[in-house]
Write a protein that binds this ligand. Structure first.
Ligand code: ATP
Ligand code: MG
Length: 245
């Protein structure tokens, strides 16, 4: 299992300064979130932890070792789900296992179990266009879980979902995470989603993105979105995002 350190990183794309002195510590098994305005560099941070990009200054490490390349132990679920339209659900979810050389029968069993877990049992032979948006998102989560990642990096995974599916998916994600030892970092525009799910919430400033505050919450689960402690954390985050005016 892994802890992740984003150690005082800065990132520039040419003359564009995107991130400035960003430090984020993710303890093993922690559920953390990042909230911040559009364009402040959130996806860029996630891509660096996934090994898809490197900082201009500073270091990103996993268990004290520099992250240089993507690794199957750390999976990134993209802002837009990316299922292959020409592959069935079963073949999409089993794609990584196929690449890893897992035999067909074993793959089928494992994919079947995962689909049950995300509520897609029986949809093996469906193609992405035959699924609802929420089901597609669940299939892409199942595909990520198939790799048995230690670190789950989620970039606005529920952004495009309707309110009801979103709540169901949030609860499913919590169930998958609880007791798993997996380290989760979730990016979201939805402040309540961050508070409902995460124990640590990093609030970022507009670009160049900096961490303006790290809010820790100890609200007991299941969390009541209207509870006094919930509202208090929300107000704190809103103040740091400068949204209270
Ligand atoms: N490969 C790249 N080359 C040049 N600029 C980039 C690249 N990737 C990101 N950027 C720039 O970096 C800034 C931050 O982008 P990023 O995608 O990290 O923002 P974000 O916080 O995830 O925004 P959103 O909430 O809208 O998804 C943007 O101004 C973007 O144009
Ligand atoms: Mg983004």
């Amino acid at each position: 299992m892994q802890s992740i350190q984003v150690d005082n990183i800065s990132k520039r794309f040419g003359s564009l300064e995107v991130l400035k002195n960003v430090t984020i510590d993710l303890k093993q098994g922690e559920f953390a979130a990042i909230v911040g305005p559009s364009g402040c560099g959130k996806s860029t941070v996630l891509r660096m932890i996934a090994g898809l990009d490197t900082p201009t200054e500073g270091h990103v490490t996993a268990n004290q070792k520099p992250i240089k390349d993507p690794d199957p132990s750390r999976v990134l679920i993209f802002q837009e789900h990316a299922l292959y339209p020409w592959r069935t659900v079963e073949k999409n979810v089993g794609f990584g296992l196929e690449l890893a050389g897992v035999p067909k029968q074993k793959r089928k069993e494992k994919v079947g179990e995962l689909l049950e877990k995300v509520g897609l049992g029986g949809f093996q032979t469906y193609y992405p266009h035959q699924l609802s948006g929420g089901m597609r998102q669940r299939a892409s989560i199942a595909r990520a879980l198939a790799m048995e990642p230690e670190v789950l990096l989620l970039d606005e995974p529920f952004g495009a979902l309707d309110a009801i599916t979103k709540i169901t998916m949030q609860n499913e994600l919590l169930r998958l995470w609880e007791g798993s030892g997996k380290t989760v970092l979730l990016i979201t525009h939805d402040i309540d989603e961050a508070i409902y799910l995460a124990d640590t919430i990093h609030v970022m400033s507009p670009r160049p993105g900096q961490i303006v505050e790290t809010v820790r919450s100890t609200i007991p689960r299941p969390r009541n979105r209207n509870g006094a402690d919930f509202v208090q954390v929300r107000e704190k985050i809103m103040a740091h995002l400068d949204l209270t005016k």
